[in-house]
Design a protein around this ligand. Structure first.
Ligand SMILES: NC(=O)c1ccc[n+]([C@@H]2O[C@H](COP(=O)([O-])OP(=O)(O)OC[C@H]3O[C@@H](n4cnc5c(N)ncnc54)[C@H](O)[C@@H]3O)[C@@H](O)[C@H]2O)c1
Ligand SMILES: CC(C)[C@H](C(=O)O)[C@@H](O)C(=O)O
Ligand SMILES: [Mg+2]
Length: 361
């Protein structure tokens, strides 16, 4: 079976962590029936430097022709002062929007071996397995009007608009309910219906969808600020969380820390069936550690495992990689971000090599 994968390493630690996945691809091509043909391009700040824009039309076209896309991360101080419309992050928002990747799955799983790396007490996070379903192509990230207006006399006004429609809410709600059916059967829908009309609509539409088609799933509504608190207080009360673009961004970074490190959290951005999925670690380009060879590649490796499962029809292979990650953690190998006493500190490359070795074993 031949599949096409577009690699977009991006900026900062992006190229370092994608290099570890390239090794896995070579292993797969040499040892399994699956052949992954890769194409690669600049993206984000690297594309601004090379082409003057964060995402070229040619890259978008290559993405459309692929079975899946794997991204490292974009952004960094070098491009912090360019116009919003051509910032590295604008390239990421554009590819999500253009491919209509409206459902962002961000699982937060606490591996037993990493329980001491979490900033919460072991008894609170042990066995934790939650999934945040973040709406990814609407809300305040894309609402109009937006911009910075000059009001004169030294006064300016920054404007962003939170907008959601019935169909945008329902399609991501469906994804959350369908997944919950295959998990523990519970969906917590988070918004701020107490202060925002878009939140009120969100709650009403999710409630209606639930009553129409998913009454076998338990539905709970929770204000997003309370959800942020409950994630630290008693995260095990959650199964699937469905929420908007901005709250999902924030809650998923928070959930990452339950697992020990942002360097552990993978994600999948999915659209209509048959369209290519975009897979990326939840973390950013980590400019503070870029170029030092110490970044944790596991979020990216786990994103690649999701990619195999959801976009390349290779569930068993994806699970094999997830098992290999568990093995290296159980062996006590740790990059700096998840290092605890008594474990062996390894570099990005050593961690990638260990995952390959665990696959071979
Ligand atoms: N999907 C993306 O491409 C994405 C996501 C978030 C942020 N960003 C961008 O990245 C840049 C930096 O943002 P930030 O500093 O707020 O967030 P960040 O996620 O890059 O870093 C936050 C902290 O986590 C650490 N960290 C992140 N990933 C790690 C890994 N794999 N291993 C070890 N430590 C890791 C960093 O060293 C840093 O201390 C910004 O330009 C931002 O816009 C991009
Ligand atoms: C880089 C940025 C545009 C992005 C977001 O806000 O969606 C990031 O924080 C993420 O979580 O993927
Ligand atoms: Mg984020």
């Amino acid at each position: 079976m031949n599949k096409k994968l577009l690699l977009l390493p991006g900026d900062g630690i992006g190229p370092e962590i994608i290099a570890e996945v390239r090794k896995l691809i070579s292993w797969i091509n040499a040892h399994t029936d699956l052949t992954i043909d890769t194409e690669e391009d600049f993206f984000g700040g690297a594309a601004i430097d090379a082409y003057g824009v964060p995402l070229r039309d040619e890259t978008l076209e290559a993405a459309r022709k692929s079975d899946a896309i794997l991204m490292g991360a974009v952004g960094g101080p070098k491009w912090d002062n360019v116009d919003y419309s051509i910032r590295p992050e604008a390239g990421l928002l554009k590819i999500r929007k253009q491919l209509d990747l409206f459902a962002n799955l961000r699982p937060a799983i606490v591996f037993d071996a990493l329980i001491d790396a979490s900033s919460l007490k072991p008894e609170i996070v042990k066995g934790l397995d939650i999934l945040i379903v973040r709406e990814l192509t609407g809300g305040v990230y894309f609402g109009e009007p937006r911009g910075i207006e000059d009001l004169g006399g030294g006064e300016r006004r920054g404007v962003n608009t939170q907008v959601y429609t019935t169909s945008e809410i329902r399609r991501v709600g469906k994804v959350a309910f369908e997944i919950a059916r295959k998990r523990k059967g519970k969906v917590t829908s988070c918004e701020k219906a107490n202060v925002m009309e878009s939140g009120k609509l969100w709650r009403e539409e999710i409630t209606r969808l639930h009553a129409e088609s998913y009454s076998d799933v338990t539905l709970e509504h929770m204000y997003a600020d309370n959800a942020a608190m409950q994630l630290c207080r008693r995260p095990s009360q959650f199964d699937v969380i469905v929420t908007d673009n901005l709250f999902g961004d924030i809650l998923s970074d928070e959930a990452a820390m339950l697992t020990g490190s942002l360097g552990m959290l993978p994600s999948a951005a999915l659209g209509a069936p048959g369209s290519p999925g975009l897979y990326e670690p939840v973390h950013g380009s980590a400019p503070d550690i870029a170029g030092q060879g110490i970044a944790n590649p596991l979020a990216t490796i786990l994103s690649f495992a999701m990619l195999l499962k959801y976009s390349l029809d290779s569930v068993a292979l994806g699970e094999q990689i997830e098992a290999a990650v568990q093995t290296v953690l159980a062996e006590g190998l740790r990059t700096a971000d998840i290092m605890v006493e008594g474990c062996k500190k390894v570099t990005t490359v050593e961690m990638g090599d260990a995952v390959i070795a665990a696959l071979k074993a």
